[in-house]
Design a protein around this ligand. Structure first.
Ligand code: HEC
Length: 191
């Protein structure tokens, strides 16, 4: 049974491999900068597209530019970067895994207790069967700008509603009001 014991000892060592606090702080800082840049760039593109072509013309920005920015960040850094939500519009990219669901629920609870949603974030080193990961999430609060595509029936123009219905028949991402948390930018980084 020696092999079994050594195997068990190795598994314990892998699971417990410590990550220094300063490394976590550095990775948190890097993730915060990447997520902040992502949100800012997307917001800028959205504002510009809405002012040029109205919200129905801007749907393509959220559909094409957001995954493009996320893809560039992923490739450049060797991380997995995407946007997730508890109520997705695009299930292909946006459904959170178990860890992300837990963090999103905590984000809602933190906002309900009065924390500023624009500053809500969470970072953790997580052990998974394939290894250790540094994981980071930054909340995306609903701003007035978002309501034209994620708000209630009174916020969404008929042309936008029609386009969303045809492009996203399983859309769950409406009915929000300003200040709620729409979802999060999530970053997963192998260690
Ligand atoms: C012009 C319409 C439009 C506006 C304005 C808009 N969105 Fe979206 N949003 C979309 C579309 C379309 C998708 C689906 C994108 C895709 O196919 O990946 C989406 C997807 C998302 C997702 C990914 C998760 C999911 O549900 O699929 C998040 C998070 C999100 N939007 C947040 C926001 C926030 C925050 C704002 C305001 C800053 C905003 N959106 C403004 C149209 C819009």
């Amino acid at each position: 049974m020696r092999v079994g014991l050594i195997g068990a000892a190795l598994a314990a060592a892998v699971a417990a491999a410590p990550v220094a606090a300063q490394d976590v702080a550095k990775m948190t800082e890097e993730s915060r900068a990447a997520a902040g840049g992502f949100a800012q760039k997307l917001g800028g593109e959205l504002k510009q597209a809405i002012s040029q072509g109205g919200p129905d013309g801007a749907i393509g920005v959220c559909r094409n530019i957001a995954p493009q920015i996320a893809g560039e960040l992923s490739l450049r850094n060797g991380w997995q970067v995407t946007r997730v939500s508890l109520k997705t519009r695009n299930a292909l990219l946006g459904i959170p895994d178990a860890w992300e669901q837990k963090v999103l629920a905590e984000f809602d609870a933190r906002a309900a207790k009065g924390e500023d949603p624009a500053k809500i974030e969470f970072a953790e080193v997580v052990a998974e069967p394939a290894g250790q990961y540094f994981r980071y999430m930054k909340a995306l609060p609903v701003q007035p700008l978002c309501l034209s595509c994620h708000g209630g029936p009174g916020d969404i123009a008929p042309a936008v509603r029609a386009k969303l219905a045809s492009e996203y028949p399983h859309d769950r991402a409406t009915g929000y009001s300003a200040g709620q948390i729409r979802g999060a930018i999530t970053i997963k980084r192998p260690l």
